[in-house]
Design a protein around this ligand. Structure first.
Ligand SMILES: *Cc1c(COP(=O)(O)O)cnc(C)c1O
Length: 367
């Protein structure tokens, strides 16, 4: 059965079309379009289509052109800018693909592209080469070849169920996918990477959690993406609480976005709100080098200054790791202000404290 051709089949991706804002006319009813927003070309199929779910649309201030939620979902003509040397596959994921849907970039973990469908189209999407590419959920054969690969690679201890968004799959499809991997690898940790808790929280039902709980041989982790405190609504909090109460810890990945959250106070509030709601801030990502997203990227020096100030203000638990996924498949590296300044002399290290003082620390005595 081809789920893309029959999206209404109950075994397929749940019906996300109801109330979705996808056309220019629909966007125009939501917000008073600015000139830059009006200049986006809604007919070009080489650009990421517009898709705003009703829950998220309701959070947008239609009168404020600078609204940080609006900026994430309503495109502007900035997306038409062509950056030379910048492509659509910044992490060279195709080169690291070991099956049609499985990316093996790091020794101990793999990423599985469960579906290209997403409940929301973020304008900063870094996987634009794949998102909404009309390929639909992974079919039985694609799941099988990925599961066999993981079975043959015991060094892989974690799998990321990503996409697209894994929770656009029906419970039944997701269950079959989990079974395919866990029947071969009962010890495999599964990360459910999803933005639905922020964009479509009604997707998180008791039935979903009950289904996940039947797989108890290894843990699941929920990986959310909240980029702004206003996304952390009562419904989103409740959705995440279902996972956490169900024994699934929650971690958040934020993308650092110009005009959305490139502010110490906004990120401070976001991280504290997440932590309070039992979501551990995990990564703060520097923008990937992907076409149509230049206007969102924050200069590294500014990102580092924000990270430095956040470290002063946030608890260790609330502090995410600022990270960059290096171009050409270089992998993720942490970015941080450097507190280790150098060596006074052999065996004596110089440090800068968080508030700028100097300290030294000696190596242990040699014998
Ligand atoms: C980010 C990523 C992972 C996971 O990396 P962690 O640092 O463990 O969160 C795994 N595979 C791919 C391809 C990734 O991009």
């Amino acid at each position: 059965m081809d789920c893309f051709a029959s999206p209404l089949d109950e075994r397929c991706a749940i019906q996300y079309t109801k109330g979705m804002i996808e056309t220019k006319d629909q966007v125009e009813q939501l917000v008073r379009l600015t000139d830059k927003e009006r200049a986006f070309d809604y007919d070009r199929d080489d650009l990421l289509a517009v898709k705003i779910p009703p829950h998220y649309a309701a959070l947008i201030d239609g009168d404020d052109p600078a609204d940080p939620l609006r900026r994430q979902v309503v495109p502007t003509d900035d997306e038409l800018l062509v950056e030379h040397q910048v492509g659509l596959d910044p992490q060279d994921e195709r080169r690291y693909s070991v099956t049609s849907r499985l990316i093996h970039r790091y020794p101990s973990r793999v990423a599985f592209l469960t579906t290209d469908v997403c409940a929301i189209h973020c304008r900063h999407c870094f996987r634009r080469r794949f998102t909404s590419s009309d390929q639909g959920p992974a079919n039985a054969q694609q799941i099988e070849e990925a599961a066999l690969y993981v079975a043959a690679h015991p060094e892989v201890t974690e799998i990321l169920f990503t996409g697209g968004d894994v929770l656009t799959l029906s419970d039944q499809r997701l269950k079959e996918m989990i079974e395919a991997f866990r029947s071969r690898r009962p010890d495999l940790i599964i990360r459910l990477c999803t933005r639905t808790v922020a964009s479509y929280p009604q997707r998180i039902t008791d039935e979903l959690i009950a289904m996940l709980k039947t797989f108890s041989s290894a843990p699941f982790y929920l990986l959310t993406q909240f980029n702004h405190p206003r996304e952390v609504t009562a419904q989103a909090i409740e959705a995440v609480a279902r996972f956490v109460d169900g024994g699934i810890p929650a971690l958040n990945q934020t993308v650092l976005l110009r005009g959305v959250n490139d502010s110490v106070t906004v990120l401070q509030e976001l991280c504290n709100t997440l932590l309070f709601n039992r979501i551990k801030p995990y990564y703060l990502f520097q923008g990937d080098l992907v076409q149509s997203t230049a206007h969102f990227r924050v200069p590294l020096e500014r990102g580092l200054a924000i990270e430095r100030e956040l470290r002063k203000r946030l608890s260790g638990l609330a502090m995410p790791t600022y990270a960059l996924d290096l171009p050409e498949g270089g992998g993720k590296v942490p970015l941080s202000h450097t507190y280790l300044v150098g060596k006074e002399h052999e065996g004596l290290w110089n440090f800068e404290t968080v508030d700028g003082q100097v300290r030294t620390y000696p190596d242990p005595p040699t014998d």
